[in-house]
Design a protein around this ligand. Structure first.
Ligand code: ANZ
Ligand code: ZN
Length: 874
């Protein structure tokens, strides 16, 4: 027996080197075994791994190691989402080139990742800023363009009037330029967009089939796609009131049933009618300018006070030529949705109600809830958007909302003005096409040339990649590509005349929309994918990442896969068969009396009874323990993975991450619990060493039969094996860990019974110890390798097959039978599986419930239905 402590610091790097040298985690594309693709969202190379990464990658690693042991050809790659703003900021602040900064960070983080002991296939590693990656992205951009999936569209951009440059959204802070501080204006400029809206319906429908995705993620995507069925209505305008003889106003409504409750019309500040009216009304022009200044982002609109300006234009109600409605320009109507115009029904829409209450336009309820008297039903401050029957609505009165919608739609569809119907059913989506142009240096160059003669010219495929110039400077505001003295000047490949390169780069979400496909064959220099390989290795079987990516990243990736299919790069629609969103790592916060935050490393926490007190380690200053929050630099409640690994080892960090909460919930970092994990590591180490001693007494062949003690241990082992296996498959890791602990206790109990066990027990101990080590190997792979050696097993445990479950050992020892008295259920009884009828009868008749039900009457007969029911006849 060993008295030595397990030394993670010495052991972990040793095993990591061995895994590396043997390249055991490299998967081969020609491996004939069934594939399993595990992927965690790849990191942005910020410079340091944070504890959330450790959790993310550990979750994936457990699954990857398990599936490998189960005999799958596991693909578990890693790379870097390497373009983005921080590299440019570093260039500005520290005068380091974005490229150098990024690759230095990658090197540092890779070292950290290796120290976690992840079973990654590093042979497939790439960074999205490698020209050998983005070259293929440029190729696909061109393919998409040729397939009509990329278009040029006038879009609003942020214009900084002081720096005279376009800014990306992240460079606009509270409506001002991040460097100049100038109030940002909106300008229309040509931008490149991906036509994701082409797939709106398909992206929505396919969500129903993604049954291994969290419901909440699917719901978020559904809402984001935002399908609504409604009616397009052409309201006639009173020609005497319009600025330039305009005749009609098209609106989109999902509530045509409420038409008789209309009190006003509202149009967007960007609506052509608003522009026309403003040309004749300086006050209106001023109002419009003000609305635009505040911006039209959804969150601004949702929170800003509703404001409008009466244009003086009148619209005519579609069911009553004498009913005129005022047309307002309103700050809550978006030009980008529907037609940019609405009719307002204040009784049944809260925004409209707030609006009329401000401008004194009144409201008429037209839907009356069940049980309310229509005569007395009034709306004051809260709009009613529930079910009910139509009132105050002429021919609609008495109908349900659905009936009224249908009736209005039919009537207006059949009514013609000019030769077009007044109403037209329409499906609208909230989803917008994906604008990918970014006015940035550190991104994938858009492979386009602007020629004064030929207009937009595609960079020829053989001229790819269009690489970023490495000598860009960042001393001027705006896009460094634009300022570069030579880069953008080029001869037009079409006419040979002077032309300019596109200086916008792609949104970094493009980079992350297909990296998972590239991992299937990152060696292909000619094309983005090798379709035969991609089609075999994709989809990702289990994708794991933060819920913050539930919408954009996951939706863009779903679109991109479809676009790649349309252009022949892959043959499927859905990239991620299984999706798992992990919770965050959170930690309590510590504050000094003056309110400044201090880090956990500076604080010691004492537990006195039920109270916890914190003090500074140096100086004994009293510290207030604050709420548990997401780890963040500003609150200083972070823990550094390097420190944890240096102190306790990676296995302890991994075990702790997995043990305390279900993986989809937040886990509270606790030093005490981490120490608990560290003690458990030592305990397992001792247990395995003791088991190895005992196992020496076992014969190789195994005993002919097992006594009760050996059998009990074998049952515990195979029971744990069964539960842990299915737990890992369902990603219920915390439950698995509980089973492993329980099983370790069972082994310890057997060992505690004496130091010269019988040969059958020794054999069971040997089997149990091997199973125990295999069960925790996915979670604590280094400790497991070390233990595997102690047990005298061949080879690396990382390459060992998962143990076979002996199903007959899983049969429960006892059975529970339903107990009836005269055919009526009165309770149940648990008896040994092997119990004979007299024993069962005695146990049943001893039950209080049975005695009570018999009420002193004699028992006439007891019928035992084996394994199911006992009926007492009295
Ligand atoms: C009249 C009405 C009455 C409406 C009522 C709602 C309730 P979803 O479900 O999101 O599609 N709307 C239409 N276009 C708009 C725009 N460009 N900007 C702001 N609001 C707009 O919402 C459709 C409803 O949102 C439409 O139905 C319209 O208001 C408004 F009791 O028409 B409704
Ligand atoms: Zn040209």
């Amino acid at each position: 027996m060993t008295s030595e402590r397990y030394n993670a610091r010495e052991s972990e790097p040793r095993w990591q080197r061995q895994w590396d040298e043997k390249a055991i985690f490299a998967s081969k594309n020609d491996d004939p075994r069934p594939k399993y693709y595990v992927l965690e969202m790849f990191p942005y190379p910020s410079g340091r791994i944070h504890i959330g990464h450790v959790r993310n990658y550990t979750l994936g690693d457990v699954l990857a190691r398990y599936m490998r042991a189960k005999g799958f050809n596991v693909l578990h790659p890693m790379g870097w989402d390497a373009f983005g703003l921080p590299a440019e900021n570093a260039a500005i602040e520290r005068k380091v080139a974005p490229k150098a900064w990024t690759y230095d960070n990658i090197a540092a983080m890779k070292k950290q990742l290796r120290s976690i002991g992840l079973s990654l296939d590093w042979s497939r590693e790439f960074a999205t800023c490698d020209p050998s990656y983005y070259k293929h992205q440029q190729k696909m951009f061109l393919d998409f363009l040729r397939a009509g999936l990329v278009e040029r569209e006038k879009r609003k951009v942020n214009w900084d009037p002081v720096d005279m440059t376009v800014l990306a959204n992240e460079q606009v802070i509270d409506g001002r330029g991040w460097r100049s501080g100038a109030v940002i204006e909106q300008r229309e400029m040509n931008q490149w967009v991906f036509k994701i809206t082409r797939y709106a319906q398909d992206l929505l429908d396919a969500l129903d089939r993604l049954d291994r995705w969290p419901d909440k993620v699917r719901l978020m995507q559904r809402n984001w796609i935002g399908r609504s069925e409604g009616l397009l209505i052409r309201f006639a305008l009173d020609g005497a009131t319009t600025p330039a003889g305009e005749r009609e106003l098209k609106i989109f409504t999902t509530r045509p049933d409420t038409l008789f409750g209309a009190k006003f019309m509202a149009i967007s500040a960007d609506h052509p009618l608003a522009q026309a009216a403003a040309a004749k009304d300086p006050k209106l022009a001023e109002f419009i300018a003000e609305v635009k200044r505040i911006g039209t982002a959804q969150e601004i609109i949702d929170t800003a006070e509703k404001q409008g300006f009466d244009t003086g234009i009148k619209a005519i109600h579609p069911f009553d030529p004498n009913w005129k409605l005022p047309v307002y320009v309103a700050n809550f109507v978006l030009m980008e949705y529907g037609t940019g115009a609405i009719f307002g029904c204040p009784a049944h829409d809260q925004r409209d109600l707030d609006f009329v209450n401000k401008y004194g336009l009144g409201n008429t309820p037209v839907v009356c809830p069940e049980g309310q008297d229509p005569k007395t039903f009034v709306i004051t401050d809260t709009a009613y958007d529930g079910e009910g029957h139509m009132i105050n609505s002429r021919f609609l009165d008495g109908m349900t909302i659905e009936q009224a919608k249908e009736d209005v739609a039919k009537r207006l569809e059949n009514e013609l003005r000019g030769n077009a119907p007044v109403g037209e059913r329409q499906v609208n989506f909230r989803l917008r096409d994906w604008g990918i142009s970014r006015q940035r240096y550190w991104g994938c160059p858009i492979p386009i040339i602007h020629c004064p003669k030929c207009d937009v010219v595609l960079v020829p495929d053989n001229a790819l990649p269009v690489t970023l110039p490495e000598d860009a400077t960042f001393d001027k505001p705006g896009n460094a590509l634009d300022h570069h003295p030579t880069w953008k000047h080029i001869t037009c490949p079409q006419c040979g005349g002077p032309a300019n390169r596109e200086t916008d780069t792609m949104d970094t979400f493009v980079d992350s929309s297909w990296y998972f496909v590239r991992f299937t064959d990152p060696w292909n220099e000619k094309s983005p994918t090798t379709p035969a390989v991609a089609n075999r290795m994709m989809p990702v079987d289990q994708y794991i990442g933060g819920v913050e990516h539930a919408i954009l990243h996951l939706l863009y990736s779903r679109f991109f896969t479809r676009a790649m299919k349309a252009t022949g790069h892959i043959a499927m629609d859905e990239p991620f068969a299984g999706m798992f969103t992990q919770g965050m790592v959170v930690h309590e916060t510590y504050q000094k009396a003056d309110g400044t935050y201090v880090t956990p490393a500076e604080v010691k926490v004492e537990v006195i009874g039920n109270e916890r007190r914190a003090m500074m380690i140096y100086g004994d200053e009293e510290i207030t323990i604050g709420p548990i929050e997401k780890m963040s630099k500003s609150k200083k409640n972070t823990v550094d993975p390097d420190d944890i690994i240096a102190t306790y080892g990676a296995d302890v960090a991994r075990w702790f991450m997995l043990s305390d909460s279900p993986p989809d919930r937040d886990v509270i970092w606790s030093d005490e619990r981490v120490q608990g994990a560290a003690r458990f590591v030592q305990r397992l180490w001792r247990l395995v060493n003791e088991s190895a001693e005992v196992a020496k007494g076992a014969s190789a062949a195994g005993p002919a039969s097992f006594g009760a003690e050996a059998l009990a241990l074998r049952k515990a082992a195979h029971g744990a094996l069964d539960k842990v296996s299915s737990g890992i498959e369902r990603l219920h890791f915390n439950v698995c860990l509980a089973h492993i602990r329980e099983f370790a206790n069972a082994v310890a109990e057997t060992l505690a019974k004496g130091n010269k066990p019988a040969p059958d027990v020794a054999w069971a101990v040997r089997e149990a110890a091997a199973i125990l080590v295999q069960l925790f190997a996915p979670m604590m792979p280094h400790l497991a390798e070390e233990c595997w050696q102690v047990l005298g097993q061949e080879g690396l445990i990382s390459e060992a097959s998962w143990p076979q479950i002996e199903r007959d050992l899983l049969v429960e020892d006892s059975v529970t039978l339903v107990v009836q008295v005269n055919g009526k259920k009165r309770g149940d009884v648990t008896v040994p599986r092997a119990a004979e009828n007299p024993q069962i009868e005695a146990a049943v008749l001893a039950l209080d419930a049975v005695k009570a039900a018999l009420g002193g009457k004699p028992v006439r007969k007891v019928i035992v239905v084996p394994m199911r029911i006992v009926n007492v006849v009295g």
